[in-house]
Each structure stands twice: as C-alpha cells, then as structure tokens.
Design a protein around this ligand. Sequence first.
Ligand code: MN
Length: 224
Amino acid sequence: MKSVIQFLIMLSIVSVQQLAAQFEQEPLPYAYDDLEPYIDARTMQIHYNKHHAGYISNLNKAVAQLDSSPESLEIIFKNIADFSDVVRNNAGGHYNHNLFWSVLTPIKGTKPSRFLTEAINDSFISMEMFKESFLRSATSHFGSGWVWLIVTSEKQLAITSTSNQDNPLMEDTSVKGIPIFGVDVWEHAYYLNYQNRRANYLNQLWNVINWEEVSRRFDKAVNE
Ligand code: MN
C-alpha cells in the first residue's frame, strides 16, 4: 500500500513537472556590474531582465499554443521549418543569450586550452588574426544579429554571422555548426556604453571572455 501511495505521489510530481516544463531563465553567473567597465551594469540589467527574459516569456506563450511542447531548444532548431517565426525568434533569443552569458566572465586572464589554441592557429594562423577576422565579421554584419565561432560538421573552426536571433544550429541557416562562442551585435547589447561604436564594444569584450568555457564547449563540440 505504501509503495502504491509513493508511486501515486511520484506520478503527480512528474505531471506537475511536465506542466511546468517550460523554458526557464538560468541565473546570471556573475553580478550585473561585474563586467564593468567593458559592459556596464545598466546594459546588463536591461539585457538580462528585459530582453532575455522577454524572449523566454514569449517563447513559453508560443509553445503553450502548440499541440505538443518541443522538448528542447535544440529540437526546435533541428526542425525549424515546422515552427512559426515567433517560436524561431524567441527560441533563438533564449539559446543565444544563454550562451552569451556563459562565455563572459569577470575573472581576468582565462586562457584557451592548448587544444583550442592549436585549432585557432590552424584555422586563423594566430589568435590576433582570429580576433581580426571576428571583428571584421561583426562590423560588416548589417543590422541586428550575432557573430559566432563554430565547429563545423568537418570539425573545423569557422566564423559566421546570423541575423535577428537565428543561430548556426538552425537547420536552414547557410553556415551550420555548433556555436562555441558568440557575440550579440544587436544595439541593445552595447548602445548605452558605446553608442554606435560596435567595433569598440567588440575590442573591449575580449577583456571579459571566458576562454575556459569556450574551450569546454570546443571539446564537447568536437566529440559530438
Ligand atoms: Mn541581446
């Protein structure tokens, strides 16, 4: 009898979890002002609490209308043609910002792993040239979007950019791959501090890159 009750309790917990199986915002891994002066606290606060939170809330509203809820963002991206633009934009917005927060850190002097350093040298000749290419891609990207360092299906590093909240995991994106680093080049990411100077924002951002996290994502991507 006791085990039947336990089973029923377990069942009800599972169904509550399923009802609440909506997308949630993870806590920011540092304080709003931790990335100062490179990213100001007010930008972080608005970006995390308004923009990112807004994508999640709109995504949850949109998936609640569907016959069956997609299990993960990755499943949405893989089958992106089956979803509306509202799901596309907000699922992308959620994923992209999650990745962005994770590849930034107030910890000074994190370094890429030897494995990632070798791959960067193989693909871009040197770290300096990688940064130059990345900057060029960011400054030449017209309008809102993201610039990415990805691992392609051939396990090569490549730089690419996407518009709006698209990302390289979306099945219909021109250059596909697993993003291991990405920079938000929407004006909301830098306008308060840098106004229209996107290149300055990019140049300063290298001061707060979490190379350990990028290296971890690299290892995971090449082994997938
Ligand atoms: Mn953003």
